[in-house]
Write a new protein. Sequence first.
Lengths: 305, 666
Amino acid sequence: MLLVRINEPDRVSTYFSKKIKTLKMKLKYILPILFITLFTTACSNNDDETPVINEVEGLVKIQEITNNDHSIELYNKAGKFNTGYNNVTIRIKDHTDNSYLENANISWTPMMQMPSMQHSCPKSTITKIADKKTLYQGIVIYQMTNTDGSGWSLTFNYNINGEDYTATDTISVTQSEKQNVTNFIGSDGKSYIVALIDPKDPIIGINDLMVGLYKMESMVSFPVVQDYTIMLDPRMPGMGNHSSPNNTDLSYNSTDNMYHGNLSLTMTGYWVLNLKLKNGEGTVLKGEDITESNEKSSLYLELEF
Amino acid sequence: MKRFFIISMCTLCCNLVFSQETQSETKKDTTLLQETIVIAQRKLSNYRQEKTLSSIDAYLEKANKVTMIKRGNYAWEPSINNMMSDRLNVTIDGMQIFGACTDKMDPITSYVDVSNLEQVSINSGQEGAENGHCVGGGIDLQIAPSKFYNSGLKTNIDLGYETNGDYKTTGLDLEYSSNKFYLNTDAIFRKSDNYKAGDKEEILYSQFQKYNISLLSGYKLANNHTLESNIIYDKATDVGYPALPMDVSLAEALITSVTHRYKNDVTRVKSLESKLYFNTITHIMDDSNRPEVPIRMDMPGWSDTYGFYSKVTLKEKKHNLLVNLNGFYNKSLAEMTMYPNDPNQPDMFMYTWPDIRTLYTGLFINDNIALNAKESISTSLRLGFHQNKIAKKVGVESLQIFHPDISDSKNRFLLSLSGEYTIKKDKFDATLGIGYGERAPSVSEGYGFFLFNSFDNYDYIGNPNLKNEKALEFNSKINFKFKALKLGIVSSFFHVSNYIIGEIDDTVNPMTIGANGVRIYEALKHASIFNTYLNTSYDISKKISFNSSIGYNYGVGSNNTNLSLIRPLSYLAEINYSTQKFNAALQLEGNGNQSEYSSFYGEDETPAYAILNLNMGNIFHLRNNRLVFKYGIENILDANYSTYADWNNISRQGRNFYLNMSYIIF
């Protein structure tokens, strides 16, 4: 099998390795079934014990926020909060029997403490993950952080069987290397936040670009902005600031409350996604066209791969 | 691939069956309608200032319909009938081999040397379809056939020196041959500094250095059966390309083959030849010698080809039949890494040829029918299946930016047909031909990704959806003899439909810094290409003769713009003096003003030029050994000039004194 793999250039071997791959695929299904059958037969004597399934597999714990009754466990892929978009998986452990709650009603409030005031940031509501027993999920977009990661705190309010609980703690938010979120004041005098959500693993080719657009109505209210247009012009400053073809402007999708467009990347490296925000009437709120004299829009996001 | 092997096995089996048949037939001479250039004969020849140690490129340039596109002093790109690599089929002894450079800096002709070859066969148009599909023609670089001479050990030593560029050449050739076995090994080394154009203008980055070694061996299995093997290793380093923004730090090829031959004059099957071959090329473009570039980059490329052919010649009454079944599998990969000037930014990377696999199998049949003693008809057919596959997913995804509907593979069927009528009389002979050929887009045309062309200053993007290019072709060749005067007219006309060429796409931003824009390979509805040459020769006396040639070429597309790289009016006149031991030739060579240039495809008007060359040769016999001197002056008047075929108008060599010496020890 190994030999076949080494001779990659040969089509015969690719043919064989494909065969082997399909065989492997089949094995992938057959083996677990075999094992499960064996396992269940072996365990058939103790019917009461159901095998513990680790629902947070593949995720890394960021932090736990605790009160007297419960621990709220926060997870994501990287195991830490970054500025910009964060997809958070939440699980609540009951201290009495170390079980995980399956029917909590949770809300959250992130808060940044500034010298003179405090403010929150865009976030979604927390919902139960459909095919999981104990997991909940929400997104939060930190638009800034202190250089040492301090300043943010997270408060959870939740209700279990009619009883209200609360838990709060400071969290650490690391500054992302590239600008994946930006806040600005538009020409209409209002404050907005734009955050890059997808692609998380960009490819050379056409990527589905997903961006969140929020308006800062107050220090704690950041609703999704609907039906605006975000114009896109990706550039490579390291290579003569050239663009790429067949990008599309981002438009609002009401099913996921996000903005979607096509982002074509012709090579790996550092890309600046120059943006221009237009409201429903077509008035430009922020951003400029890229010209010989203007290499970058005042509204942009960054990407590196 | 499976099919490929089954077919090849079948052929080999058929071979055995064929070889059993025996039937006597008298041998009849047939004329091959092709131009053949004999290489490295180490004899006196007055044909166009022959140097024994010329590069293959210089040899090729002697053919009427061939011109060499020059990007520097090394690795010139051949063009036949004003059509370049993509439209030609260039093979080494019938073996398919493909350059690994996305910018055509390594034509196949650069991977062999004169020491490897016996002759080059140049076939115009569909005459060149024996080894593969083409539109413009075919070049087959032929390795010397079986050498069972029983001549024992023979040694050749070649030395060459040219003043311009301080160009040194050394060659050594050892040959041992018996009746049963032969072994031939040769090595050649070439090194040149920057050459100087006329008026002592130094052309920077025109240096090169290369060596080539080969090992050829043969064993006689039985009376009519031989088995031969051939290995060529060619390595060029430090090759400058003054017309391009990048140089080459390595161009390396390993070319190997095993051949079985069967020959029998008395059977119906005259000969049968089967070959299995493999070749691999590594080509590394870099810009480390250039002091100032907008951005540093590396552009390596690789090309591996596996293939076979099996050809049989048969004779049955008036028919001379040639059948050639061949197939190959090629893997072409090239990439580009750019290093940003800002060290905080990561390297930028892309596949310029995203691992393209080409599989081809085809059958060629040629029948030459002798109608009577003076007339003959030749017909040919080639049918082939051609498949391209993009092996890298990232390649499919990146090309989908431009062509959203493409999949990872594309199949094509290709057809070539031609017919020819020849008449030979005492004072007159003529050939009239008609042909139809198709070709698949080359890897660059189909799958190239941001290939910068410094000729028109555009980035090029391939197009997998291109249709096959099709050419209808008419050609004629007429020769008259009036005593000492010989007159010949050769003409070809091509009507090419779906003519593949880059079209500007205004919506796309170029990637290369300073480029004018992006061109995507598309097809012109049609294009017309025409050329005609008038050749004359006159023997003034037994020792003195005069030769001349005038050529006219024309090429225009259906968009009414001229095609690029079409040769302007060209001429050559030569007066020769030759005896048994000495020869001399004075040659005038030039082009008219290039008025029909193509500004749309990046050309400017190249002014007329003319240069004078002088060459001489002596031969001495020292006991059994032979010593041959070839010496002369090229561009005697030290003209500073460039031709239409010089990439970005780089000037050609100024005055050059040369001396080649060959010592043949028996």
